[in-house]
Design a protein around this ligand. Structure first.
Ligand SMILES: [Mn+2]
Length: 342
């Protein structure tokens, strides 16, 4: 189990003695689901979405002073600056599954501290603690391409969302109603920060997944309508991405930045449909190419490090899924280095 019994009890104790939490979360499905699991357990609090770089730094101090929380929870965020920790009064409980960092004066829970291979999503960690809202935890975990320990229990309770024939997160994502629910959750974060928070708040009061999937209540319908609107844009972009011809082993799709980023979503779907290719989705913004890189069989980080070193870009991630940023003028060179090292 990713969190030990002692850690589970420790976090549970912090939740049970908390009256007014401020919860920082990453703006992806795992982050939002983690927020929901904690919020719905305490039934009180406020969420803060950390967009673009997953880094909690001093610019968030004002938010803490405004809200005056008794505790701060930080979920699914890779970086929390020591300066931030030092400058605020409330106790900080940080639950994450990215590369472990050394920090002082914070309760830090990360399964990778004990086992560097263990990147169990934060939704699954939070579920270990709260033991409720299994459908939210399942959505968050599968969204991070992880098959959580409670999935058979989930299947028993929601056989229509996850049919018997599905035995891996990828098929669950692209071929089931649970996958659709995940799209609805992650698309609810695509608008402005204000919009995203508004939807997050509605999610805190949804009772069952069917409220949304079958539009059973006004709240569920409201979330679903927004999904349909964003999905239209997504399908348009996907159609374009699917027309791209591979260059050797690489499948590259570039697009200009609009209001919304679909980089991760397109990267995952293109890889699902072209499992033998390395897919690179690049969004051009402010003279930079912001990328998601995916592959089923190639270990990406060593090649990526090489390419970044020679182009002064930055990025990183997991073996088969990485993110990276390079200047537009270095992009061709970046691709060349990748091609030569495949
Ligand atoms: Mn995550």
């Amino acid at each position: 189990m990713a969190l030990t019994d002692k850690e589970i009890n420790q976090i549970r104790e912090e939740l049970q003695t908390c009256k007014k939490p401020l919860i920082f979360f990453h703006d992806d499905a795992d982050g939002l689901c983690s927020f929901l699991l904690l919020y719905r357990y305490i039934k009180e609090g406020k969420g803060i979405i950390v967009k673009t770089t997953p880094d909690v730094d001093e610019k968030f101090i004002k938010k803490v002073e405004e809200y005056q929380p008794d505790k701060i929870f930080i979920v699914d965020l890779a970086i929390v600056q020591q300066e931030f920790i030092d400058k605020i009064k409330p106790k900080i409980i940080w639950i994450d599954h990215h590369k472990p960092l050394k920090r002082e004066n914070v309760l830090y829970f990360n399964p990778r501290k004990h086992d560097k291979e263990d990147n169990t999503p934060v939704s699954s960690l939070c579920y270990q603690v709260v033991q409720q809202d299994m459908w939210i935890a399942a959505a968050g975990a599968i969204a991070d391409w992880h098959w959580p320990y409670f999935i058979e229990e989930f299947r028993k309770e929601y056989p229509d969302l996850l049919p018997e024939s599905i035995d891996n997160p990828e098929d669950a994502l692209f071929e089931t109603k649970l996958g659709k629910l995940i799209d609805i959750i992650s698309f609810s974060l695509k608008g402005t920060t204000q919009d995203a928070l508004k939807y997050a708040k509605i999610f805190t009061r949804i009772k069952t997944p069917y409220e949304i999937l079958d539009q059973e209540t006004p709240k569920g319908k409201y979330i679903y309508k927004n999904f349909e609107k964003i999905d239209k844009e997504y399908q348009n972009m996907l159609k374009k991405a699917l027309k791209v011809k591979p260059r050797g082993k690489i499948l590259l799709f570039e697009y200009q930045s609009g209001k919304m980023s679909f980089t991760k979503d397109i990267a995952n779907e293109l890889l699902h449909r072209n499992p033998d290719k390395l897919t690179i989705i690049a969004r051009e913004k402010d003279g930079e190419m912001k990328m998601s890189i995916r592959s089923k069989n190639i270990i990406i980080p060593p090649i990526l490090e090489k390419a970044l070193k020679e182009t002064e870009g930055y990025g990183g991630g997991h073996e088969h899924a990485c993110g990276a940023n390079v200047k537009k003028q270095d992009f061709e060179r970046f691709l060349d280095i990748f091609k030569k090292n495949l």
